[in-house]
Design a protein. Structure first.
Length: 596
């Protein structure tokens, strides 16, 4: 049947009654009511319409160039299906649209209600199929769904469009031209879904809201999380663009609660507390496995505001690849560390400021290149320098437990700086070319291995630093410089050996390899130290041959350690690995030595 144009008359409410439709404006009734493919027009000669059955049209016009519509279109409980013509309310400034409680499906059209006089969202679900556009008033929709293969563009109409109940993105949602889509309820992005554009999406979720599924792509320029309830969900995923978590006096406190023990990847992450409000990143609730910030982590607190970053008792690992920026007014920033790690791994230079006096997780520096420069003094559970350069920048790093500098890790000129280490310290082959005094205070065992050198180091406040094979560059205090000798070995000078160090982090495993075998080499252990999580017996082995008797730790939390800078503690056979056996779950510590 050929498509037709129909005009609604002012003689009845029902859509599906031929008597209520004419082929011309204010013409005779009795024309067929519109169906899919037809055009339905409501103009100045049309009355109110209340659906009592499902309706369909290619185009629904509330108002026409020949006459404005001033009546009310009420979908009630029925469904409405519109085609490529969509909804056009250009001449409906005096009209009212009640979306009802059914489903509106737009296939390949524009859903334009920007000039409508009155819009009532009710509890209707609006589904977009094909290539579509929405042009809203400031008031928004109850629920919005973008089907698989569909695309929806929002770049015209009201500056803010609200979605009050649910946003489901299984196709492409694009937000441009300084528009903001505000979601108050639940959001789900399916595997084929993408949220994109050069503008913003904003979340103001209550206790039952948030982002529940993120299986697709998130590339929109700006994601704003405002005044979000602590119970709102935020699911693991990769979030491009800038993500801002904001609280202020007018909107209230805001909490971002990662919802599962998964991996979160952000480009730029900003935490901002304005006024006297509190902005919280609550990792301590569900314990995400990891949070990676590829760009900049920014903390901004003004006036009497508070920012809280809490991973308390949770093993959340941070990976920071860009700067950590801290802007503090008269407010406070509280960083409550968990049992995970913070790894600085960016390939570019990084400026790192956790905040004045911050207490953070175990810190690992594993940069492929460039320097991480510290902006403020802080405390960390442990510090493990694996690669790259650390510039302490005259600040103080307090290490509660152990600090280790691996081979290839570089300490920039530490003039004026302090390392205060509550546990053991080991260094492997560094050249610490200080130009003035710096301080290294170690409570536990302190040893420097390999071929290194040091200047202007004052270690007088703690343990002596035993530096086998290192060069005394001058102006050092409480360092002992001498070569290691292994009895009975030709040449006997371990300073010519290849230094190594490793973490001790094993569960109950028989013959667990701590240092892999190296062809033609013996593994010499010069120092080790570990803490057990329970009473434990430990035996060191060269492959399957015991190197030691049973070493016992009687009580959980006790420390066992030793070092020998003269002949080493024990040595594997050539070409064999260094192993250990534990009798109970969990020992953690550090081991160092050389390959000869």
């Amino acid at each position: 049947m050929a498509a037709v144009t129909r005009f609604f008359l002012a003689i009845g409410l029902a859509w599906n009654n031929n008597a209520h439709w004419s082929a011309t404006s204010n013409g005779a009734g009795g024309a067929s009511y519109p169906v899919a493919g037809d055009t339905a027009i409501f103009d100045d000669n049309s009355g109110n319409c209340t659906l009592d059955a499902n309706a369909a049209a290619l185009l629904l016009k509330l108002g026409d160039t020949g006459g404005a519509y001033t009546g009310t279109f009420d979908a009630d409980t029925s469904d409405v299906a519109l085609g490529t013509g969509g909804l056009d309310c250009t001449d409906g400034t005096g009209a009212a649209l009640n979306m009802g409680t059914g489903t509106w499906t737009i296939t390949g059209g524009t859903f334009d209600y920007s000039l409508l006089g009155m819009f009532t969202r009710d509890s209707a679900i609006v589904v977009f199929v094909g290539t579509c556009e929405v042009i809203p008033k400031v008031s928004g929709l109850y629920a919005l769904t973008i089907n698989i293969g569909a695309s929806l563009l929002y770049e015209s109409g009201g500056n803010n469009m609200n979605v009050h109940n649910s946003l489901t993105v299984n196709g492409l949602l694009t937000i441009n031209n300084s528009k903001t889509l505000v979601v108050f309820g639940l959001t789900a992005v399916g595997a084929a879904g993408e949220v994109a554009g050069n503008s913003a999406i904003q979340f103001q979720a209550g206790a039952s809201g948030g982002l529940t599924t993120m299986a697709g792509t998130w590339s929109i320029a700006l994601t704003q999380i405002y005044y979000q309830h602590a119970d709102a969900e935020w699911t693991p995923g990769t979030y491009g663009g800038e993500v801002t978590v904001l609280s202020n006096d007018s909107g209230g406190n805001c909490t971002l609660t990662p919802s599962a023990a998964g991996e979160y990847v952000f480009n730029d992450l900003i935490l901002r507390a304005a006024g006297a409000s509190t902005c919280t990143l609550a990792n301590n609730t569900n314990g995400p496995a990891s949070i990676t910030v590829a760009g900049t982590l920014t903390k901004i607190v003004a006036a009497t505001g508070t920012i809280v970053i809490s991973s308390n008792l949770k093993a959340t690992d941070w990976v920071l690849q860009g700067n950590v920026v801290h802007t503090e007014g008269s407010g406070t920033i509280t960083w409550t560390p968990g049992t995970g790690t913070i790894t600085l791994s960016g390939t570019a230079a990084q400026a790192i400021d956790f905040g004045v006096g911050a207490s953070i997780e175990n810190l690992i520096i594993a940069k492929a290149s460039e320097t991480a420069t510290i902006g403020n003094s802080f405390t960390t559970d442990s510090l493990d320098g694996e690669s790259g350069t650390l510039d302490i920048n005259g600040k103080t790093i307090t290490v509660t437990n152990n600090m280790g500098w691996g081979e290839g890790f570089v300490i920039a000129d530490p003039i004026g700086a302090t390392f205060a280490v509550g546990g053991n310290f080991s260094a492997t082959g560094q050249t610490v070319a200080a130009t003035g005094a710096w301080f290294l205070t170690v409570t536990g065992v302190a040893a420097a291995h390999g071929s290194g050198s040091v200047l202007y180091s004052d270690a007088s406040g703690g343990s002596q630093i035993r530096a086998a094979g290192w060069t005394d560059g001058g102006n050092n205090s409480n360092w002992l410089f001498r070569a290691l000798i292994v009895a009975g070995r030709s040449g006997g000078d371990l300073s010519q050996g290849e230094p190594w160090h490793a973490k001790i982090d094993v569960a109950q495993v028989t013959k667990n390899a701590v240092k892999a075998a190296v062809a033609g080499k013996q593994i010499v252990v010069t120092s080790y130290g570990y803490i057990a999580t329970d009473a434990v017996n430990v035996t060191w082995l060269s492959d399957d041959t015991d190197l030691t008797g049973i070493m016992s730790v009687a009580t959980a939390g006790d420390f066992l350690g030793a070092d020998d800078i003269r002949v080493g503690l024990f040595v594997t056979a050539e070409g064999e690995s260094l192993k250990l056996t534990t009798s109970a779950d969990g020992i953690n510590g550090h081991i160092a030595g050389v390959l000869i």
